[in-house]
Design a protein around this ligand. Sequence first.
Ligand code: NAD
Ligand code: LMR
Length: 343
Amino acid sequence: MFAAARQTSSLAKRAFSTSSVNNTRVAVLGAAGGIGQPLSLLLKLNPLVSHLSLYDIRLAAGVAADVDHCNTPSKCVGYGPENGGLEKSLEGADVIIIPAGMPRKPGMTRDDLFNANASIVRDLAQAAAKVAPKARIGVIANPVNSTVPIVAEVFKAAGVYDPKRLFGVTTLDIVRASAFLSGIAGTAPKDTNVPVVGGHSGPTIVPLLSQLPAGKKVVEAGGEQLAALVKRIQFGGDEVVKAKDGAGSATLSMAYAGADFADSLLRAMNGEKNVTLCTYVESPLYADKGVEFFSSPVTLSSEGIVGEIHPVGELHPTEQKLLDACLPDLKKNIEAGVMFMKA
Ligand code: NAD
Ligand code: LMR
């Protein structure tokens, strides 16, 4: 069902296809950053993209000139903030991916990025609501648990909110869970698809290892191995931040995950049925507990928007505990995003 690894390998196989199969415009906002650059490259290699608009407050023209020389069918154009560049980059966009924003340094939580990134995401969302209100939006900028509700509030204020078109990109958690579990279990990563539900920060990241045979064994064995695996999935971001030692957070694995996320939307838009991925969306699942946004498996419709939101399924008692711990934190993060916009 969850196809992060399989999808990306099929993406790599299709990368050098000589013909574009559709007419799809993708915009990347924050395209010159650590994530933005490799993500833009991977999107240029995706034959389901016909036009790529790269926007950043610096260096976008250079990144676009560079990426555009890759001999794949799509066209890539860069825009800076001058001369209405942001709005131009969004014209006709079908998919908008937002990695713009500050990354963490050691010792910071994702919530520490709120003050810097909330207004960046708000301003980009305001432009998107004006120019491309029907686009599908994937938010990468942290703290995702709060930036997605900010985008929702911007679109509501503009009178163009469609919850089916707004996604928080949590794909890196699924990629990590697959990498770490397959490393322990000796399974092929492409066949080791672990659903990860909740949100995208520490305890709000809830891996459902028991839902696949390799993970079930680890869950049932319990003990230190399980605790370490869950902790590594929940705090994989911290592992990278620490190793980069002040030079930022995950960029390359995030570009891989972001390209995989975008590919899911594009494949659904291009007629593939039953494209299902875990993603953070406005969700009824825990709305009665005040948690309006939640990541769970979502099957996309033929428009590449939210089709069916699936419940989390059967949980092992240890996973139920993780979910119980996730919900209050997630509620606070969502409220912070909503309050920011109301203020
Ligand atoms: P980075 O600093 O390398 O790049 C950020 C880019 O955003 C820069 O090029 C900067 O010029 C640009 N930018 C800043 N303000 C902008 C604006 N108003 N409009 C357009 N562009 C603007 O950072 P990075 O490593 O690429 O990380 C970007 C964000 O992604 C961070 O918030 C980080 O925490 C987050 N992130 C999320 C995930 C996830 O799983 N969702 C994973 C990794 C990183
Ligand atoms: C990640 O999970 O790697 C990102 O959210 C970046 C971070 O700050 O950890």
